[in-house]
Design a binder for this molecule. Structure first.
Ligand code: SAH
Length: 344
C-alpha cells in the first residue's frame, strides 16, 4: 500500500526524498503544497516538473476525504460534514463560526470502543483508527470547501483521541508546524473519556493544549453505569491524573458534564462533584444531554441546570452551560454516520 504523504512530518519527507533521489529543497516545496496550501492532487504542484509529479504519484497517495453530505445550519452557519474515506468508511466533522474565527471538530477514529451509553458514536462499535493524514484531511477538505482559514481545533468528534495516541500526536505536530498550517496549540482542545495513563503521558509533553475530560458523573456508581471506562480507571484515579495534568501544565482543565434528567442532576450530585473537584484548576461545562434516538435519556430542565451551577459556584467552582450550535442540523457527532450506515 502507498504511503499517505499528508501523514508525513517535514523531517520524514526529507528522509524519503533523499532515498527517492530528489533534491533536498524539494521536500520543503512539496510539504508546503501538502500541509500549507492543502492541495488535493500532485498535478496542482505547479513548481514541480511533470516527471516529478508522476514519480510522487507512484510513491504516495494524496487524497482528502470526499464530502458525502453537507448540512448548513440556517440559525448560526454551523456546517456539518459526512466525509467518505478512501476505504469507504465514514466520519463526521463540524465547522463552527465564532467571533474569533472558525473552529472545527474532527473525528479521530471510525466508530469508538468506549461504549458510553448516551453517545451516538458508540453505536456500531469500533472500526479503525484514523491516521494523521486522514485527520488533517478532514480539516483541509472543510477549509477548501468553505474557502476560509480554520484556526481552532477540537478533538471531540467520533472516537477516543487518547486511544489513537500516536496518530493524534503526529497530527498535532504537523498541524502546529510553522511550515504548514501553523495552528497554535493554545487553539486546540483534546477531549477524553479518561484513559488515565495517557493523561499522564500527555501532561509530561507540556504541549499547551486544553484538556477536556468527559466526566458526566459525580461518583463511581453513576459513572460506571454510563461509561464503561470507569470500571478500568475509576473517578478518583481519573481526578488524580487531572490534578497532575493541571499542576504540570498550568492549564485549566475543562470538565464536560452532560446533564441527564434524574440520572446525574440532583443537588446531591452537585455537592458531591464540588467536593471531588476541590482544588483542581478547572471549569465545568454543562451540556444538556443530546437526545440520541437509540437511547432514552432526557435533558435536565433549565431550572436544574441553574441550580447545579449555583451549588458549584457556592463551593468555588465555575460552571457554564455550553451554547448549542447547529441544533437544526443535529450537529452533535455520530448521528449522521449512524443514520447513513443504517440506510445503506
Ligand atoms: N471520546 C472523547 C471525545 C468524543 S465525545 C470523549 O469521550 O471525550 C465528545 C463529547 O461529547 C464528550 O464529552 C462526550 O461525552 C459528549 N457526548 C457524547 N454523547 C453525548 C450526548 N448524547 N449528549 C451530550 N454530550 C454527549
Amino acid at each position: 500500500m502507498l504511503k499517505n504523504i499528508r501523514s508525513l512530518t517535514l523531517e520524514e519527507l526529507k528522509n524519503d526524498f533523499l532515498a527517492l533521489g530528489f533534491q533536498k529543497f524539494r521536500a520543503n516545496q512539496v510539504y508546503s503544497w501538502v500541509q500549507e496550501k492543502g492541495v488535493e492532487s500532485f498535478d496542482e504542484m505547479t513548481n514541480l516538473s511533470k516527471d516529478m509529479r508522476e514519480k510522487l504519484a507512484r510513491n504516495y497517495t494524496l487524497n482528502n476525504c470526499k464530502i458525502n453530505k453537507k448540512l448548513v445550519s440556517k440559525i448560526d452557519e454551523t456546517v456539518k460534514y459526512l466525509f467518505e474515506l478512501n476505504d469507504g468508511e465514514y466520519v463526521e466533522s463540524v465547522v463552527m463560526k465564532y467571533k474569533y474565527g472558525y473552529s472545527i471538530c474532527i473525528s479521530t477514529q471510525v466508530g469508538c470502543k468506549m461504549g458510553c451509553t448516551f453517545c451516538a458514536s458508540a453505536i456500531g462499535g469500533f472500526v479503525r483508527n484514523l491516521d494523521a493524514g486522514e485527520m488533517l484531511s478532514e480539516i483541509f477538505t472543510a477549509q477548501n470547501d468553505l474557502k476560509v482559514k480554520i484556526n481552532h481545533l477540537v478533538l471531540m468528534g467520533t472516537g477516543e483521541p487518547l486511544d489513537n495516541y500516536a496518530n493524534v500526536m503526529k497530527m498535532l505536530e504537523i498541524l502546529t508546524d510553522e511550515n504548514g498550517q501553523n495552528m497554535s496549540m493554545r487553539h486546540i482542545s483534546l477531549s477524553t473519556c479518561g484513559i488515565v495513563p495517557k493523561i499522564y503521558e500527555l501532561a509530561d509533553k507540556k504541549l499547551g493544549l486544553t484538556l477536556s475530560v468527559s466526566l458526566h458523573a459525580s461518583n463511581n456508581t453513576i459513572r460506571s453505569n454510563s461509561m464503561p471506562i470507569n470500571q478500568k480507571y475509576d473517578i478518583d484515579e481519573l481526578l488524580k491524573a487531572c490534578r497532575y495534568y493541571a499542576t504540570t501544565t498550568n492549564r485549566r482543565i475543562s470538565f464536560e458534564y452532560a446533564m441527564i434528567k434524574n440520572v446525574n442532576d440532583s443537588d446531591e450530585c452537585a455537592y458531591e462533584l464540588a467536593n471531588r473537584l476541590k482544588g483542581i484548576l478547572c471549569h465545568v461545562n454543562l451540556i444538556p444531554v443530546n437526545n440520541v434516538r437509540e437511547t432514552n435519556f432526557v435533558k435536565s430542565t433549565v431550572e436544574r441546570q441553574k441550580r447545579f451551577i449555583d451549588i458549584l459556584a457556592s463551593r468555588g467552582i465555575t460552571a457554564t452551560v455550553r451554547r448549542t450550535l447547529g441544533s437544526d442540523i443535529n450537529a452533535s457527532c455520530g448521528q449522521l454516520r449512524a443514520s447513513t450506515k443504517k440506510s445503506r
